[in-house]
Ligand binder design. Structure first.
Ligand code: ZN
Length: 227
C-alpha cells in the first residue's frame, strides 16, 4: 500500500519536472509565436540570375529552406511562398511575373505574418563586387530597422562591406507587413559564387538572418532580452 503511494508520488514529481522543463524551454525561444513568411525568390519558369548551370532560383530555395529550419528552431511559425521549383503565376495571367509577385504578396497578407523575408542572389557586371546586402521599401518605419539589424549581422559575421538600400520594386511597395529583400551575395563574383553553393555557408547565412530578426524584435521590444 505504502509502496503504491510512493510510486504515485514519484510519478507526479517526475511529470511535474518534465512539464516545468517543457514550459521553461518553450518560454526561452526568442521567436515563439512570431509568424514569418520566407519567400524564395523566382522559381519555375523564372530562373532569376544565373552563371552557366548555376541558377539563382535553386540557390534561393536551398537558403530559404535552411532559414525555415533556423527560424523554427527559434520558435517561429514559418510559411514559405514556395517549397519547390515553381512560380506562382496562373495560366490566366497575361503578365506572368506580375502574377507571380501578386500571389506572393497575397500569401503574406493571408497568413497574417508578422514579417516576411525575400531571399535572392545578386549579379553585377563588375565581378569584383561582393557581399550580402539588405534592401527595404520605406512604406513603414519597421522595414529600415529590420534591414539595419540584419545588415549589422552581415557586416560583422559575413565580412560584408555592403550597406542597406531602398527598393521600389512592385512587391515591396505594395505590402505594409514589415519585411525585407535579402541579396545573399553576388553570383558574378567567383569567391562568393563558390560560397553560395556550399551547404555550410548557406546555413551560416540563415543563422545570421535569424539573429538579425531577433535583434530587430528585441529593438521593437516585442521579445524579452533573454539571449
Ligand atoms: Zn532575384
Amino acid at each position: 500500500m505504502l509502496k503504491t503511494k510512493y510510486k504515485s508520488l514519484l510519478i507526479i514529481i517526475i511529470c511535474t519536472i518534465i512539464c516545468s522543463i517543457q514550459i521553461i524551454s518553450a518560454q526561452q525561444l526568442p521567436l515563439q509565436g512570431t509568424i514569418i513568411m520566407v519567400d524564395a525568390g523566382h522559381g519555375g519558369r523564372d530562373s532569376g540570375t544565373y552563371y552557366g548551370e548555376i541558377l539563382e532560383k535553386n540557390l534561393n530555395l536551398e537558403i530559404s529552406k535552411k532559414l525555415e529550419e533556423e527560424l523554427i528552431q527559434q520558435g517561429a511559425i514559418v510559411y514559405m511562398t514556395r517549397k519547390r521549383d515553381i512560380d506562382l503565376s496562373s495560366i490566366y495571367d497575361s503578365e506572368k511575373k506580375r502574377g507571380d509577385l501578386y500571389r506572393r504578396l497575397l500569401l503574406i497578407k493571408e497568413k497574417n505574418c508578422d514579417l516576411y523575408i525575400s531571399i535572392h542572389i545578386n549579379w553585377y557586371d563588375d565581378s569584383n563586387l561582393k557581399g550580402a546586402e539588405v534592401l527595404y521599401n520605406p512604406i513603414n518605419k519597421d522595414n529600415k530597422v529590420l534591414a539595419t539589424s540584419i545588415m549589422k549581422r552581415f557586416r560583422k559575421n559575413l565580412s560584408s562591406n555592403r550597406n542597406i538600400k531602398t527598393t521600389d520594386l512592385y512587391m515591396y511597395r505594395n505590402i505594409t507587413t514589415p519585411g525585407v529583400l535579402i541579396e545573399c551575395g553576388y553570383l558574378s563574383n567567383s569567391t562568393e559564387r563558390k560560397l553560395l553553393q556550399e551547404k555550410d555557408y548557406q546555413q551560416f547565412l540563415a543563422k545570421n538572418i535569424t539573429k538579425g530578426i531577433i535583434d530587430y524584435l528585441k529593438k521593437e521590444k516585442r521579445i524579452k532580452n533573454i539571449i
